[in-house]
Design a protein around this ligand. Structure first.
Ligand code: SAH
Ligand code: SF4
Length: 347
């Protein structure tokens, strides 16, 4: 496989152009072309000869939009093709304050959560840092802008994959965002199913993004059934790592909670949740479960049920919001689009 230019930071790009007999400043030109989503053959700031030479050993963006679906609410769902033919998905959500892009960090996922479509086929492979960057570049280009134009203002690592199961490449991605692509960590969120040791490592490595923890149940017994990862890191260990992250970074920790009928939406769940989330700055996002047919036994809590749950949490002083399900008419939930794509291909 050829080198992927988006995997490289500025020093590494400089080394590369020098090794090809070009001047160092070409690296900056390459970067500027990459941020505009240009492939090597279109990098007209470079000489034709150099483009040919570079193209022989390297790919530019390396992530292509294979399919695109527009939802009634303005959400755009993307299916990205990678260089080896695997696909991952992303979602662009429009908010009043800007556009948030949800990107994938792995092809598939090995965590096996019982409500999630991404984990159904297991883990195929990790994405490289550049392949995660490439999803942002491809969408920026598709939306007619560059990173400077801020077609994508916020990025969340909430597509397929467990980011902390691909720690090194995700860390490198975050560093490339900050140092090369000028996406501030303030505008980046990382969502994890709860690899507590890696949460602490993130804090120790000085990575100060918004940490989102997929909690989904306040009792170990229920959480273990939904999320096998809870057997390795139980709720106590997870909450301790969240506190640690806050203490080191000063960033409020966000918790995601998909509401599942009869599983995690009882009054005792609310009471336990309120207890877990007290004592340090936290915020809770309630999301109606997105129904995934392969996980048919799990169904969403009703709208009224969610309102009731939310009111009781508010009554106990929890900072809580209900998140809209964006683009549910286009298989908006994590992993559903890829599954549909793979199924269609099989037929
Ligand atoms: N692996 C990471 C990030 C990707 S999943 C994690 O688990 O946090 C992104 C979010 O979508 C997680 O909060 C996950 O729990 C949630 N999710 C997955 N399937 C869902 C479904 N069917 N309905 C609602 N939320 C879902
Ligand atoms: Fe993986 Fe997250 Fe889906 Fe769990 S919810 S299977 S960790 S992508």
């Amino acid at each position: 496989m050829k080198i992927l230019l988006t995997d490289k930071n500025i020093e590494e790009l400089e080394e590369l152009v020098l090794s090809l007999g070009e001047k160092k400043f070409r690296a900056k030109q390459i970067l500027s072309a990459l941020t505009q989503g240009q492939d090597i053959s279109n990098m007209t700031a470079l000489s034709k000869d150099f483009r040919v030479k570079l193209g022989e050993i390297a790919d530019g963006v390396g992530v292509y939009i294979a399919e695109k679906f527009l939802s009634r609410d303005g959400t755009v769902k993307y299916l990205f093709a990678l260089r080896d033919g695997h696909v991952v998905e992303g979602v662009l959500m429009r908010y009043k304050y800007g556009n948030t892009l949800c990107v994938s960090t792995q092809v598939g996922c090995r965590m096996g959560c019982k409500f999630c479509a991404s984990g159904i086929g297991g883990l195929i492979r990790n994405l490289s840092a550049g392949e995660i960057i490439g999803q942002i570049l491809a969408v920026n280009l598709d939306q007619g802008g560059t990173i400077e134009d801020r077609a994508v203002t916020n990025v969340v690592l909430m597509g397929s994959g467990e980011p902390l199961d691909n720690y090194d490449e995700v860390k490198r991605f975050l560093e490339l965002c900050r140092d090369v692509y000028k996406i501030s960590w303030r505008n980046l969120s990382l969502s994890t199913s709860g690899l507590a040791d890696k949460v602490k490592k993130l804090a120790d490595d000085g990575i100060h993004v918004t940490l989102t923890i997929s909690l989904h149940a306040p009792f170990d017994e229920a959480r273990e059934k939904l999320m096998p990862v809870n057997k390795a890191y139980d709720i106590k260990a997870l909450m301790e790592s969240a506190r640690y992250y806050f203490n080191k970074t000063g960033r409020r920790v966000v918790f995601e909670y998909a509401m599942i009928k009869g599983v995690n939406d009882r009054r005792e769940d609310a009471i336990k949740l309120a207890e877990l989330l007290s004592g340090f700055p936290t915020h809770l996002n309630l999301i109606p479960l997105n129904y995934v047919k392969e996980h048919g036994a799990l169904t969403p809590t009703s709208k009224e049920g969610i309102e009731r749950f939310m009111a009781s949490l508010e009554g106990m002083g929890v900072s809580v919001t209900k998140r809209r399900t964006m683009g549910s008419d286009i298989a908006g939930a994590c992993g559903q689009l890829r599954r549909r794509y793979l199924e269609d291909k099989r037929d």
